[in-house]
Every structure is written in C-alpha cells, then in structure tokens.
Write a protein that binds this ligand. Structure first.
Ligand SMILES: C[S@@+](CC[C@H](N)C(=O)[O-])C[C@H]1O[C@@H](n2cnc3c(N)ncnc32)[C@H](O)[C@@H]1O
Length: 261
C-alpha cells in the first residue's frame, strides 16, 4: 500500500501521544541498540534519540514514501538511521536492547505468530514494546466496510484488503508473551479525541484505513466513494461546537524479556 506521509502527519499530536504513553513504561536506562519496526515518517523515532543520546537507533518501514520522508526530515545521522524493510523478514545486526512497534502490527496479518521470533531478537533484560488500535468495531471502520461491500462497490473493491482486525485482545498478547518467558505489562486506553475542522473523521481515515480503497479507484470513483462514506461518518460522529469526538481505543504491550513473572 502507498502511504502519504503528509496526510498521515496531519494529526501528529493525537497519533504521537500513544507512542509517548507506550515508551513511558519502557524502563531502559542506557540502551545501546534500539529498533522501531514500522517507524512511518520517523518523527516519533527521533524522540528516542533525544531520550537515549548514546543509543544506535534504527527505524524500519515497508513504505518507501515513509522512509524518504523520515530521511529527509529527521534522519541521516550516524546514530539515527532509517531503512526500507518488511518487519516480517527483518533480522537485527546484533542483539537488540529495545524493540518497539507503534500502530503497525494491525497491518501485519498473523503478527501473533511473529512474537516468538521478534522476542528472540531482544537480549535478556531488554524490552519489547508495541501498541495497536483496538477500535475495529467502531463506526469509522464498520461504515467503511459497509460501503465497500455494498452492491455498488463490492464488485470493484472485492480484492482490496482493508486494515483488518488482525489485532488480538489484550489478554491474548499477555498470555503469549508470558509463555515466552517475559515480564509483561498490558493495558488499554480509550482516548476521547476531539478533532478540529469539517469532516474531521474522514480526514483522519484518509491518513490510514481509507488508503487501500482509494488507491485502486479512479478520480470519479474516489469522489463518489468518499461522498457516501463521509455522509455515514457525519451521522456517526456529528460535528459539535468544540469539534468532532472520535473515541479511540488502543492496546499497549510492554514486555521485559527473560525476566519471568
Ligand atoms: C499507522 S503507521 C504508524 C507509523 C509510526 N509507527 C507512528 O506511530 O507514527 C503504520 C506503518 O506501518 C508500516 N508497515 C505496515 N506493514 C509493515 C510491514 N510488514 N513491515 C514494516 N512496516 C510496515 C506502514 O508502512 C506504516 O508506515
């Protein structure tokens, strides 16, 4: 899927907060090697270089557009590097002290089966932290699926993969990582986000889950699809005097490796 970093960064404040909340629970004092899988435009990865100035930090992402943006805006130092890579094929150059992934595993079907190999890349006592959205039952997603599978659009969009509920419930992550010998901290939060401007939820979705659909449509089809979807979103998320409320559930997992509970 082709990403548009500028579109994605439009809500960088709201998208950045879960990253900060996740990393606040990683108690690594002076890590030497830190890897961010699915680093996107790299703005959040760069905050790690400030927190751990002595660390060697790598941001990896499957999207060439995201990595270009990261290299242009924040990357390129010896200590902070960005590269295109698919996390499913990735292997580290040496043992990792902090492995993290923010808002990415929901794009990776079967990521539960990767937890063992990812955990194995982290040195004993090191950290593996990730965050995934837990909101696939919300109207932002269900209305998208409903429009896509309507009589009008089903034939045209049959092959499109939506960002799907490839996300497990918090307890499943807990059990899997405990079975791998980690000390695990799992929690969930619903951020009651207030978005500014017209059709704010539509603009939010433009940066992520709507992209696979729009990428296969021509301009006329795209406008028609967006109009239908936007009308449903306006009904589900009415714009109010102070903005549009988009509740957003997120699941957080922080595991310290080789330190069984
Ligand atoms: C929602 S963005 C999150 C970006 C960043 N972590 C952040 O929090 O701002 C999801 C990112 O996951 C990347 N991604 C999806 N599947 C991937 C895979 N198999 N390997 C590496 N990156 C992947 C996408 O290219 C995209 O940049």
């Amino acid at each position: 899927m082709k990403w548009d970093p500028a579109e994605y960064l439009r809500f960088s404040g709201q998208r950045g907060r879960p990253f900060a909340d996740l990393m606040s629970r990683v108690d690594a004092a002076d890590p030497s090697y830190v890897v961010d899988l699915g680093c996107g435009p790299g703005n959040l990865t760069a905050t790690l270089a400030q927190r751990w100035p002595g660390a060697d930090i790598e941001g990896l992402d499957a999207s060439a557009e995201m990595i270009e943006r990261a290299q242009a805006e924040v990357g390129g130092t010896e200590r902070l590097r960005f590269a295109t890579a698919d996390l499913r094929d990735w292997s580290p150059r040496r043992e990792v002290d902090v492995l993290l992934s923010n808002a990415t595993f929901q794009w990776v079907p079967g990521h539960l089966d990767l937890l063992a190999s990812l955990t194995a890349t982290v040195r004993p006592g090191g950290w593996f932290a990730f965050q995934v959205p837990g909101n696939f039952g919300e109207p932002s997603h269900t209305e998208l699926a409903a429009v896509r599978s309507s009589d009008r659009w089903r034939p045209r969009l049959a092959d499109v993969e939506l960002a799907t509920p490839w996300v497990a419930e918090p307890e499943v992550y807990l059990e899997r990582l405990i079975a791998l010998g980690a000390d695990v901290d799992v929690w969930e939060t619903t951020y009651v986000q207030v978005l500014a401007g017209e059709d704010a939820v539509l603009r939010w979705m433009h940066g992520t889950a709507l992209r696979p659909v729009l990428s296969v449509l021509n301009d006329t089809e795209r406008a028609a699809f967006v109009e239908e979807y936007a009308a449903r979103l306006r009904a589900a998320y009415p714009q109010r005097d102070f903005g549009t409320v988009l509740p957003y559930r997120r699941i957080f997992v922080v595991a310290q490796i080789g330190v069984a509970q």
